[in-house]
Design a protein around this ligand. Structure first.
Ligand code: 5GP
Ligand code: ZN
Length: 134
């Protein structure tokens, strides 16, 4: 079984396409969080953000911004969340890189992220571990 998003790019599976250029493709998510929920994907198969070469990222973000503006106007949204799940532990189900543009309406009541807390000194320790790899 091939990749479902590669099939969408090739036109083998129908979709509600909203944008396409040489490298990127955007279409409505079949299970929208709010109406107008859109996915932006590279046409080339990359598993997720970690797999994408740096030279693809500027163009990707430009398309995400362009499509977000159209989504905002098109569904009369008050804001958008931009989400990208990377790896199954983060909720990535389709293993072809994709960014969700989720239109938000004032008072829609969606709560995306619960917030936790650090213990005394823990924030610095965690920060130091991350910085080690940069
Ligand atoms: P993930 O959970 O991997 O970040 O998101 C995958 C998204 O792809 C889901 O929101 C799901 O609704 C959407 N999706 C899965 N299969 C299809 C499909 O065949 N067509 C469209 N338009 N969206 C799909
Ligand atoms: Zn693919």
């Amino acid at each position: 079984m091939g990749c479902i998003f590669c099939k969408i790019v090739r036109g083998e599976i129908p979709c509600s396409k909203v944008f396409e250029n040489e490298k990127f493709f955007a279409f409505l998510d079949i299970g929208p969080i709010n109406k107008g929920h859109t996915l932006v994907i590279p046409k080339k198969h990359y598993k997720n953000l970690f797999d994408m070469p740096e030279e693809e990222l500027k163009g990707y973000m430009e398309v995400i911004q362009k499509v977000s503006k159209a989504v905002m106007k098109g569904v009369d949204a008050d804001g958008v969340n931009i989400n990208m799940s990377n790896e199954s532990a983060a909720g990535q189900v389709v293993m072809h890189a994709h960014v969700h543009i989720i239109p938000r309406i004032k008072g829609d009541g969606l709560k995306l992220w619960p917030q936790g807390k650090y213990k005394e000194g823990e924030m610095q320790t965690v920060r130091d571990k991350i910085v080690n790899y940069l």
